[in-house]
Design a protein around this ligand. Structure first.
Ligand code: FAD
Length: 335
């Protein structure tokens, strides 16, 4: 049986970031992914300043392509309520390209990568044994589950985990405005419509607690978008975090996406850095993540209020009477 200190399952933002951080700490690791890169990932690709600043702090050497956007138009029930010009840009990446660039950076830094799929997990004598689709078996001191929304590692720890919110999106024609558009509505059940302009197209999406193809198409009609080729994926948002001494869940596998904005890439970077710290220092992952867990609970409460009828009413009122306050809150939320 092959032996590796840390086996990371998944080469998305969480897995590659964790791999790169472990390499910097001189901890032996192997990243595996079932997909051949470049591969697509259903995602708006929005990186707010908090996300890309944190990324450049963690991995200053990483270079990637993005579209620079400084304008956000917010509407409620289809009526524009505020047009925000930002000082700092939001970066919109194409995930196919971004994830491939991150994996390439990991490999160029000397990181080991294998194109294979995790099929089974066993625990024996304090070690974790992973069986891969190719038939290879690997024993490791730590198994890091960075295998996204349908995580097999997470199912091993918690077979009954909640799948989260289902989001549908499509690649719409590129509008000349280069602005992010968000629409909120009392008829959405904790969710929103968005249009994120990347370098090639406008990624138009919608998701709430009860997303269906029908509700997506209705939202597209209301927002004046053509009905193109919808693609769907889950964003897991856990309220329970299965913790294990040697099996760590990061990124979407751990269900860390933001409760209010649904962004998950920042939390992929953050929890990857938590895992690298826990593994390299021997500190329990639960202890390293403590502040993140507290933050998740706060987000949960804020999201419930924000998306309620009262929350939307207050937002609409503030956009009319104190737009500066809405701008300030938005900047606080994204930086
Ligand atoms: C419609 C939609 C829009 C979104 N928009 C945004 C946004 O604008 N901004 C933002 O910040 N977040 C957004 N998110 C969330 C974001 O996409 C995720 O939070 C992010 O991709 C999580 O990264 P990750 O590395 O944890 O997982 P992923 O990026 O999903 O990577 C997981 C990897 O694991 C691999 N894998 C899976 N199973 C196995 C296995 N058994 N063996 C080997 N490999 C395996 C997969 O091939 C994949 O490469 C969006 C999500 C959705 C669904």
């Amino acid at each position: 049986m092959e032996k590796v200190k840390v086996l990371i399952v998944g080469a998305g933002p969480a897995g590659c970031t964790c791999g790169l951080l472990l390499l910097k700490k001189k901890v032996e690791c192997l990243v595996i992914d079932q997909a051949e890169f470049p591969r697509d990932k259903i995602c708006g690709g929005g990186l707010p300043p908090r996300s890309y600043r944190f990324l450049s702090q963690l991995l200053p050497e990483f270079r990637y392509d993005y579209n620079n956007v400084k304008r956000l138009k917010l509407s409620i029930e289809g009526r524009e309520v505020i047009d925000i010009q930002m000082k700092e840009e939001l970066r919109i990446v194409k995930r196919r390209q971004f994830d491939a660039q991150l994996l390439e950076t990991y490999q160029k830094s000397g990181g080991a990568f294998l194109n294979d799929s995790l099929m089974d997990i066993e625990e024996k004598d304090g070690e974790v044994i992973a069986t891969l689709k190719s038939g290879r078996q690997m024993s490791c001191d730590y198994l890091v589950g960075a295998d996204g929304a349908n995580s097999r590692v997470r199912k091993y720890l918690n077979p009954h985990c909640d799948r989260g919110s289902f989001i549908l999106e499509q690649y719409g024609p590129k509008s000349p405005e280069n602005a992010i558009q968000i629409n909120l509505s009392a008829s959405y059940q904790i969710g929103y419509y968005y249009s994120f302009p990347n370098a090639a197209c406008d990624v138009q999406g919608f998701g709430d607690k009860n997303t269906t193809l029908q509700s997506f198409r209705q939202v597209l009609r209301e927002m004046g978008c053509p009905d193109l080729k919808p693609m769907g994926a889950y964003i897991p948002q856990s309220t329970d975090y299965p913790l294990h001494e040697r099996i760590l869940l990061i990124g979407d596998a751990g269900g860390y996406a933001n409760r209010l904005t649904f962004e998950g890439i920042y939390y992929a970077f953050l929890t990857a850095s938590h895992a690298a710290e826990a593994i390299s220092t021997g500190r329990p992952f639960a202890e390293v993540c403590r502040r993140t867990f507290v933050r998740k609970r706060t987000e949960e409460r804020v999201a419930r209020f924000f998306y309620s009828k009262t929350g939307l009413g207050i937002l609409r009122f503030l956009c009319r009477t104190s737009p500066w306050l809405v701008r300030w809150c938005f900047i606080r939320l994204t930086t």
